[in-house]
Unconditional design. Sequence first.
Length: 330
Amino acid sequence: MTTKVQAIRIEEFGGPEVLKLVELEVGEPGPGEIRIRHHACGLNFIDVYQRTGLYPNPLPLTLGMEGAGIVEAVGTGVTHLAVGDRAAYASGPPGAYSQARVMPAKCVIKLPDAIAFDTAAGMMLKGLTAQYLLKKTLPQGGLQAGDFVLFHAAAGGVGLIACQWARALGLQLIATAGSDAKCQLALEHGAAHAINYRAEDFAARVKDITAGQGVKVVYDSIGKDTFDKSLDCLRPFGLLASFGNASGPVPPFAIGALGAKGSLYITRATLFTHIATRESTQAMADELFAVVQSGAVKIRIDQRYPLADTARAHREMEARNTTGSSVLMP
């Protein structure tokens, strides 16, 4: 049996104008798959990278890596989900920008009743990213209460979750953002300090805040524009965790600079390495659900768009005119 659904698809790589609302047929799930009816879908910068071809996928392509809804059908071999379950995911392959889809069940998680669909769609990819950064992507010797960390784009979806989670862990998170209003938002969500990078030299301010010592780790999703100064913010043996390219990819650099700046470490982290198995995905999601249900982390959904307005959503996201999480309501 097949059913027709609306979805956002691209036939070529390019700007927001390539995003088209189309009608697709969705069939029955095969072995190891489910069909999920979306109640909300998450918007993330990885969607932009896939739309432009920076992260290439075969065309035509339905975008979207995050969603929440009701399981409509279950294929053979799937035992952790059943028809009628509330469920959420942040995983590949792309296809979340749709009313319903068939997808691998491996990384789809049963959603607690206490968490709303739009909250789930705004927190799975971003919250699991914050989890693997703060709990798994650690400098030499790890992080202890009182340690300084620097987090770029701290007023965005990942950033506001990280600000709150870092506070719960006792960390002193130094936030950067592109306006005074965004800096204030980061402070209200748990950042110990905030720097408007458009008005101040963030590397110099970090040194002032840390009495010249620098931070143990920088979490950087901006890329090209912040890379060099991020290295300057680190203390000896510090870690630069690059996990995005909002300003463009980091260009090649001389590895000898890491030695000259204090025997530094660099990693290019991705969520999808961490959620490669159902067991690891479940364990990470359990931590995320627990910290949200405890109230220590609150999920802000500041932008909601109908599926037909996906191009506008991408424009606003790329212009850095959004705060918190953004979701599509199919």
